[in-house]
Design a protein around this ligand. Sequence first.
Ligand code: C2E
Ligand code: MG
Ligand code: MG
Ligand code: MG
Length: 291
Amino acid sequence: SAKKMGRNCFQFYQPAMNEEAQERLRIEGALRKALEREEFVLHYQPQLDLQSGEVVGMEALLRWQHPELGTVPPQRFIGLAEETGLILPIGAWVLHSACAQAKAWQDAGLPPLRVAVNLSARQFSQPGLVDEIRGALAQTGLPASCLEIELTESLFMNDVQQAVTLLHELKALGVTLSIDDFGTGYSSLSYLRNFPIDVLKIDRSFVSDIAHDAEDAAIVASIIALAHNLKLRVIAEGVESREQLDYLRRNGCHEMQGYYFSRPVAPRDFEQMLREGKNLGLAPLRTGTTG
Ligand code: C2E
Ligand code: MG
Ligand code: MG
Ligand code: MG
């Protein structure tokens, strides 16, 4: 302990620990205020069907609209929100807000879209999760079939049996379950057999080089084939070029998401996109062609 190490040691370490603790407290306070002041917003990124070229869904992505710092991306604060536990109220807000937005667009007569929401580890291990999701659906009136929950493989590592039970409870609500960043986790493929998963999201890191890297291209084609064989839907994230899109389409990937079509945008811009009927404008694929 610090006492045992003697007075000099103790004095040496004390200021650094104080600084770190103070920094954490400061950020925790800022996150708490951000919730109260409603500084969090959701941006939406379209997900498109690679047969029809139409927008079929959207992913809700969290942004912090800080009065001085401007728009803060999630990677800058999700980790701290997770550590401090503030991810629970923030995550509850995200869930409710995304469901309410999807329902509002449906009520406005726009084509019914699925909305995908990211779940953090802390939310996943929280006892009230199923009730929270059920509550968000009931309060907003969004059909469960329109809600997709994005999970990462790391969430399944701690307690596999508990994860299986929870996933079945979530499935029973009627929501869709998707594995985000697929291929980057450490888990074994066997969970695909035991877990009631509906969707694989191919991680951006595999997609970015498919036009130039034969190995990445092979991995992506294999994930798509795996999804087909297991009767899962498969979506590629981080699609930025026409070459990538064409490759995914030729290999039977069902859907795409990425800057090639649109970045995540504020709700009013997303609505504008829907009203204009913006789509990929794809020519029909010749049947019988492969590779
Ligand atoms: P993610 O769930 O894998 O989300 C996809 C990320 O890739 C988003 O970053 C998106 O803007 C970005 N992206 C999409 N298309 C492209 C592309 O073509 N090129 C490139 N370079 N990037 C693309 P974003 O919005 O910064 O979010 C980062 C991560 O933060 C998310 O990764 C997710 O893990 C986490 N996150 C975002 N919103 C939430 C939330 O509400 N709750 C939780 N727990 N995590 C969230
Ligand atoms: Mg995601
Ligand atoms: Mg992802
Ligand atoms: Mg991610």
